[in-house]
Design a protein around this ligand. Structure first.
Ligand code: 6R9
Length: 647
């Protein structure tokens, strides 16, 4: 039975960094006096030149500008590595747990330092300079983390491309960022299979418009044979073999870019969300410490991929800035069996676990047995991220993984927010399954109606944030106008999240999901426009419309409506070909679940596709279609309902 309130257990309270009284006082201070609050917390980092200015931000139309700590100088990699060496050089930094349970080993902060310094020197030797962009297309190995830290060390801007993306998606991101070097590996391992990373990069670089790359730096991982072009390819082990394990960190301005990360929006191509150095790192490290209640002896495990923002903030930057010991997991929760997460927790004595609802639902579907074979009694705090967690999954996570003793922090945030925004704190917040609860320090969430009025009390609305916080994205790379348009034009003077939410009578927030054309499939963010443009690039497809529908494990499934070009008869073979086409063009994570061939789509007289209707039909809720009187040809709808695929 799902209860609806879980008060903070005494044992958690006793040990916690932040009590409820602390939370209330600190929150109040953070919004009343942001300058002095963040001046104090900015000191958690080591600054080469301390900042004297704190907040300088503006959300006004056509003047959006976000700066924090703008006259300070620091280096992110120094903060994540070097400053721990004085007292903790031999502390374990990273515990690698391979895709195969047979493979695991640890490295200390000193070893991380030496590896990062060598790669940083290697990048310099390849001509990479401060401000240059470096694409990173890597497996979930320690080399991926070293590569990102090495970029930060020399002031290069990394642009990590998730290892599940296809050559076309890689090429798009390289072209947009004009990356000089791409870092990759021979192959990745995932769930007992391999992914041909280097071959994918080769294919991406072969695209005519990809002209900015001078070198491809290749790490050996599986030792597979790969094509090697000495004109551009460089083996990492050869490049770094004779280079010193010392590399002076570059002094960066707080507002110098740290990285670009592409994410999907409701229109057009993915956007290069840009984060800078000082505010981002302050926010990533502070949120990680307080939200996971981190103590020096914790063994922390965030089971995300570095290809997503969660891997950036809660693997590469936050925990390392805090000098944590953490598990880096190459594999998937269901390989070699569904007991893997619990087995890894026991093996490495994990105390803090951060994962996604989709993983929890996949395990839940396998029943409780896999979790009868491991104990998980070292766990203290568990986190959830990426999509709304339904109360059933929350409860299963709480009872079967956490032995009913670990608070669950349901953390709501986005690529654009840089760090967690709405979340419980383990020692402070009474939990309600399914609610992300209350804002973190400095975050002012509010609900707005369609006309831009702010709503009071217990109510549903569009989630906006009223003022800036240090981890906020500064711009979209190369397109500040799109940044303003996307996030600051729906509601003047407010940041619009694209999410809907409900606030209850206790002031707790419940995120209800995206209110725009962005899908959340297994925690992966996908724009319907992106999938549609991949679909219409297929020679047999004339028109396509993509919507999400409720899916038991993935959260949302991808429902595709397609009209074939004249003279083409859609059959099973073509359906299969289209499915593979999307995998290849975009990514396996964008694979359509249901492909519905139709001769027409419901359109208004002005030719706009009425997605609202398509969503209802895909959700098998066609009884409640609402007003269809503005349709050019209402008969199209009857036909779609009759042939609907999700019944
Ligand atoms: C961190 C991350 C962002 C979108 C966001 C929202 C959804 C993330 C959530 C959640 C409900 C949570 N989302 N965390 N929804 N509860 N705890 O996932 O970033 O990939 O940019 O996705 O994910 O819809 O707008 P990103």
């Amino acid at each position: 039975m799902t209860k609806n309130l879980y008060p903070v257990p005494q044992a958690v309270k006793d040990r916690a960094l932040i009590s409820n009284e602390d939370y209330l006082a600190m929150y109040q201070e953070s919004v009343a006096n942001p300058d002095s609050f963040w001046a104090e917390h900015g000191k958690r980092l080591d600054w080469i030149k301390p900042f004297t200015q704190v907040k300088n931000t503006c959300f006004e139309p056509n003047k959006v500008s976000i700066k924090w700590f703008e006259d300070g100088l620091l280096n992110a990699s120094y903060n994540c590595i070097d400053r721990h060496l004085k007292d903790n050089a031999n502390k374990t930094a990273l515990i690698f747990e391979g895709d195969s349970p047979e493979v695991s080993y640890s490295v200390t902060y000193q070893q991380v330092h030496d590896n990062v310094a060598k790669i940083a020197n290697g990048l310099k030797k390849l001509g990479v300079e401060k401000g240059d962009r470096v694409a990173v297309y890597m497996p979930m190995t320690l080399d991926a983390i070293y590569a990102m830290q090495a970029c930060a060390r020399i002031g290069a801007v990394h642009s990590v491309i998730f290892g599940g993306f296809s050559p076309n998606a890689i090429a798009d991101r390289i072209v947009d960022s004009q990356a000089k070097v791409i870092i990759t590996a021979d192959e990745a391992r995932r769930g007992g299979r391999t992914v041909p990373l280097k071959a994918n990069v080769d294919e991406a670089l072969a695209r005519k418009d990809v002209t900015s790359i001078t070198h491809c730096l290749v790490f050996k991982n599986t030792q597979a044979d790969v094509d090697f072009d000495p004109a551009i390819d460089v083996w990492a082990h050869e490049l770094t073999a004779d280079l010193p394990a010392v590399c002076e960190p570059e002094a960066m301005n707080a507002e110098d870019p740290l990285f670009i990360l592409y994410t999907s929006g409701s229109t057009g191509k993915p956007k290069g969300v840009m984060h800078t150095t000082g505010g981002y790192l302050t926010y990533a490290s502070m949120t990680q410490e307080f939200i996971f209640d981190i103590h020096p002896d914790d063994i922390y495990w965030c089971a995300a991929d570095v290809g997503w923002i969660t891997g950036h903030s809660y693997i590469v930057y936050g925990p390392m800035a805090n000098g944590c010991t953490q598990v880096i997991f190459e594999g998937v929760p269901t390989y070699p069996s569904s007991s893997r997460i619990g087995d890894v927790v026991d093996k490495h004595q994990v105390t803090v676990l951060y994962t996604a609802p989709t993983a929890i639902r996949a395990l839940m579907a396998k029943g409780d047995e896999p979790y009868a074979t491991n104990k998980r009694d070292t766990l203290r705090v568990m986190g959830s991220v990426g999509e709304p967690i339904n109360p059933e999954a929350w409860n299963w996570y709480y009872e079967n993984i956490g032995n009913s003793q670990c608070p669950i922090v349901d953390t709501w945030w986005q690529t654009e927010t840089g760090g967690i925004m709405i979340t419980p704190l383990p020692g402070a917040t009474d939990l309600k399954p399914g609610s992300a609860t209350r804002p973190f320090f400095g975050v002012q969430p509010a609900l707005a109606d369609a006309d831009g009025n702010l709503l009071e009390g217990a109510i549903d609305g569009n989630l906006v944030i009223l003022d800036s916080w240090p981890g906020q994205a500064r711009t979209i790379y190369g397109d500040h106008e799109r940044f303003e348009q996307t996030y600051f034009s729906t509601y003047a003077n407010r940041y619009f999240t694209g999410d809907g939410a409900r606030r209850d009578e206790d002031g707790y927030f419940w995120i209800t999901g995206r209110v725009d054309d962005v899908l959340n499939v297994s925690g992966h963010r996908l724009g319907t426009a992106e999938i549609e443009s991949a679909l219409v690039a297929h020679e047999s497809i004339a028109e396509a419309a993509v919507v999400g529908y409720p899916h038991d494990i993935k959260g949302q499934g991808i429902y595709v409506y397609v009209t074939p070009v004249e003279g083409i008869e859609a059959d099973e073979e073509l359906t299969k070909a289209v499915r593979n086409w999307v995998r290849k063009e975009l990514s396996p994570i964008a694979t359509p679940d249901l492909i519905h061939w139709t001769t027409g789509l419901p359109k208004t007289r002005s030719g706009k596709i009425m997605r609202r209707i398509l969503r209802k039909i895909a959700a098998n809720e066609h009884q409640a279609l609402g007003d269809t009187s503005t349709l050019a040809d209402p008969s199209v709808v009857d036909d779609l309902i009759e042939n609907r695929l999700n019944r």
